[in-house]
Design a protein around this ligand. Structure first.
Ligand code: NI
Length: 142
């Protein structure tokens, strides 16, 4: 697919998580994930940037109908918003919900959601867990 224009939209959601591996010692968990990770987790106000690449529709002047993009991404974020990611979603039973892993899962879910479009693809998601920490997941090839 040839596409040389991107459009990006920002979404917000709040969720809690616990980064902890049962098969690691407490010491190792604390060394990697921090000393205060309560079994009940802690919350973040996540910020998700979704970037779509494609060709501009000559009629609308747009790559994608932004209302449609919003609706589709929000359908996915409904599974995450105000949830405890480890237990309330099916994705992190055996996967530590780090910024990287949450971003990767969101990329996969949004990519699948947009797979019906012929003129555009999901290019990148950027997920901020905090203002000073974010992960990028992107498509290498077209
Ligand atoms: Ni955290």
């Amino acid at each position: 697919m040839s596409g040389n224009v991107t459009i990006s939209k920002k979404f917000d959601f709040s969720a809690s998580h616990r980064c902890w591996k049962e098969d690691w010692t407490t010491e190792k968990n604390q060394k990697w994930f921090g000393v205060n990770d309560s079994p009940y987790g802690h919350g973040h106000n996540y910020e998700l940037h979704v970037t779509v690449i494609g060709s501009i529709d000559p009629q609308s002047g747009m790559i994608i109908n932004l209302s449609e993009l919003k609706e589709k991404v929000n359908e996915i974020l409904d599974q995450f918003d105000h949830k405890f990611l480890n237990h309330d979603t099916p994705y992190f039973n055996d996967l530590v919900p780090t910024t990287e892993n949450v971003a990767r899962i969101l990329f996969q879910l949004i990519d699948k959601k947009l797979s019906g479009y012929k003129t555009l693809r999901l290019k990148k998601v950027r997920l901020y867990e905090r203002h000073d920490l974010y992960a990028d997941v992107w498509r290498d090839t077209e």
